[in-house]
Design a protein around this ligand. Structure first.
Ligand code: GLC
Ligand code: GLC
Length: 654
């Protein structure tokens, strides 16, 4: 069934059949809440053709397709009926203002519940802190039940309905979501849907030989299939285990495990998996989560002879989840976590798939520019790759809980006369502090002896030079490191999209090496940038703007507040400009009657932008830097101190 007309007819016919059965199943509930039920029916009718088309494309060839289709529809009804009223109100509100997340008011933060605040209730107590920072979006790292010991920081989920008891309960999560929402902070949680832990009930049943659940995963009796697949697979965690499969002695089978050996990849070619995971997703939605971070999106569909990344079916599956969410929980957005080639990153972003996405290219190239002191690759790439479809937005970040990989496009690099692979090894050397005169103190992650590939771990502050500068008590280097940290933030706060702060970075947290003594963490250097928040220390430095950490915090709070006052930062439209100076990155933001010119100096020496260019791109003849409140004119060249970023706005001369 490929013909669009035919699908349309089949969609109509199938809904006619299914809807009348659904009305019988839910007769009492529908009667009890008839106005509500009508809203549900309207949404189903609106989405049905799209959802049906996607599911038919994926599963139409399977004999039990219609059964699963009905189960999916029933699941949406069940979830809708138990969706709390206040969330239904939020749904209506967000449907009326679908661009809410484009606002310059949006500022994101992310943290681990246990490391940041101990428990969910501890996190509630940190609400004043989040408000002081100005957050409107808070991503809590995975908090569902997961294996003791190593659980990949919670990314091995054993139940999508139970919270890790050390952190709290599902009721506490829902209360937290509610409270934060009342304070204008949207809760963001992960949907770790590429794999479950090997302790998830489905995996346990598969381990007992239950055929229904064996088919939820990829299990093979011998190496024939694993060998055939591995001919074209990339190794994601080569330092953990070679290849992408794990031998399980207890069941005498090879299991597909893209990440750690205890993270079993789900088999989405099986419609039962889609249905089961859709139900888990809706359960999570009903706790009050407003943004769902779709974890490891690239890996969810496998095809022999390919890298098994970014397959067309992966998009169809996410779109089908999106459609299900539009029916039951339209307030909820999807955020894509695709840390892949920039073209592929883009392919997940659309209102029908993921409305927002990490921007790993900007992240990597900001670090690249800091290392090289040159902005040519950054500028070239942003010119061609920053633009997004209407109704979507970037999430711009500097650090996350993960490593940094150098995911720029090879041809973009060649265009700027940069040898891509040589450049990647330079960047790795630089950030691992192995390069002469490097200011960075990063740690290598998943170095692959076979290919020479590696990624980098480390906190923002340690990578930007603060660790080394403090240890050598070098005031000048400390000053430069702080400037680098603020420079990077000034960019993600003004470039357009949602800035996301990896909490800890707002106070310039340094690397924490003690993870190496923990057997469950020692093999994963990402723990170097996942330290426990030390609130005594934080209070001290917050009240001491003279310390570099206190200074970073105070400045960041100020920059965030400043961002929120700039109507020009609303939305995605950014015009990248040619500054005619290889160290200066510049762009113009427009909107709400405001024109903002941002220029950032990536060099450790003062740099100039010509007056003529200022007259061309600047916001007028007389203008002010919002950050320093300095008044300037386009008569003279713009002089920028090392690592200084200015946000220039028109101001009439007085
Ligand atoms: C995502 C997470 C990462 C995790 C992986 C497997 O990429 O960000 O931390 O290791 O998925 O779930
Ligand atoms: C790979 C994956 C990404 C994941 C990361 C974890 O880069 O593409 O999804 O976050 O590994 O290190």
């Amino acid at each position: 069934m490929t013909d669009a007309k035919q699908i349309q007819q089949q969609a109509t016919l199938s809904l006619e059949r299914l809807w009348s059965r659904l009305e019988i199943t839910f007769r009492d509930e529908a009667k009890a809440a008839s106005a509500d039920w009508l809203v549900f029916e309207t949404r189903v009718r609106h989405e049905w053709e799209r959802l049906f088309g996607l599911l038919v494309g994926l599963y139409g060839g399977q004999y039990d397709f219609f059964y699963h289709l009905e189960e999916i529809l029933n699941a949406t009804a069940r979830s809708w009926l138990v969706r709390p009223n206040r969330l239904k109100q939020l749904d209506a509100q967000r449907e009326a203002t679908p661009e809410w997340f484009q606002s310059q008011q949006m500022v994101g933060g992310m943290c681990y519940v246990d490391l940041f605040a101990g428990t969910l209730n501890g996190l509630r107590d940190r609400l004043p802190y989040f408000k002081k920072l100005g957050l409107t979006y808070l991503h809590l790292m995975p908090l569902f039940e997961s294996p003791e010991g190593n659980s990949d920081g919670g990314y091995a989920v054993s139940s999508y309905r139970r919270i890790n008891p050390r952190l709290g309960t599902i009721e506490e999560l829902a209360e937290l979501a509610h409270l934060f929402q009342e304070h204008g902070i949207s809760l963001v949680l992960d949907f770790v849907f590429n794999h479950t832990s090997d302790e998830h009930e489905w995996a346990r049943r598969a381990q007992t030989g239950n055929n229904e659940y064996e088919r939820f995963y990829f299990l093979f009796p011998d190496r024939t299939m694993p060998d055939a697949y591995e001919r074209t697979l990339r190794e994601i965690f080569p330092a953990v285990r070679r290849g992408s499969f794990t031998w399980r002695e207890d069941i005498h089978k090879w299991v597909w495990t893209t990440f750690n050996s205890f993270q079993w990849d789900l088999n989405y070619a099986n419609p039962a998996v889609f249905r089961a995971m859709a139900e888990e997703m809706l359960f999570i939605a009903n706790t009050g989560v407003e943004i769902l971070r779709l974890d490891a999106v690239a890996f969810i569909w496998k095809r022999m002879g390919t890298s098994c990344e970014n397959q067309p079916e992966a998009h169809q599956i996410i779109q089908a989840f999106n459609s299900v969410a539009r029916i039951v929980a339209p307030a909820m957005l999807f955020k894509s976590e695709a840390i892949v080639h920039p073209d592929d990153v883009l392919s997940y972003i659309s209102p029908q798939e993921c409305q927002i996405s990490y921007n790993p290219l900007l992240m990597a190239l900001l670090w690249e520019s800091l290392a090289t002191r040159e902005v040519k690759l950054l500028n070239h790439s942003m010119r061609n790759r920053f633009r997004l479809p209407q109704g979507t937005a970037w999430v711009n970040y500097l650090r996350s809980h993960d490593d940094i990989g150098w995911t720029f496009d090879d041809n973009d690099a060649r265009w700027e006369w940069i040898d891509p692979s040589g450049h990647r090894s330079f960047l790795n050397q630089f950030y691992m502090g192995r390069f002469v005169d490097s200011f960075a103190r990063g740690v290598s992650f998943q170095e692959n002896p076979a290919t020479g590939d590696a990624r980098v771990s480390g906190t923002l502050a340690s990578l930007a030079g603060l660790e080394q500068a403090i240890q050598s008590s070098d005031e000048q280097q400390i000053d430069l490191a702080v400037r680098r940290i603020l420079l990077l933030h000034s960019i993600i706060l003004s470039i357009g999209g949602i800035p996301l702060i990896y909490l800890g970075d707002e106070v310039g947290t340094l690397n924490e090496y003690s993870f190496a003594n923990d057997i469950y963490k020692a093999g994963d250097s990402r723990w170097v940038h996942r330290p426990k928040a030390d609130w005594d220390w934080r209070e001290e430095i917050e009240n001491d703007p003279g310390s570099p950490h206190g200074h970073i915090f105070a400045e960041l709070v100020r920059l965030i507040a400043l961002r929120k006052q700039q109507p020009a930062i609303y939305g995605n439209d950014t015009e990248f400009i040619e500054t005619s100076n290889g160290h200066l990155f510049g762009y113009v933001r427009h909107g709400g009657g405001q024109r903002l010119l941002v220029v950032a100096n990536f060099s450790d020496y003062p740099q100039e932008m010509e007056a003529e260019l200022l007259r061309m791109y600047g916001p007028g003849y007389s203008f002010a830097d919002m950050i320093t409140d300095q008044t300037l004119t386009a008569e003279r060249p713009l002089l920028l101190e090392p690592y200084r970023c200015v946000w220039l706005e028109a101001r009439s001369a007085v």
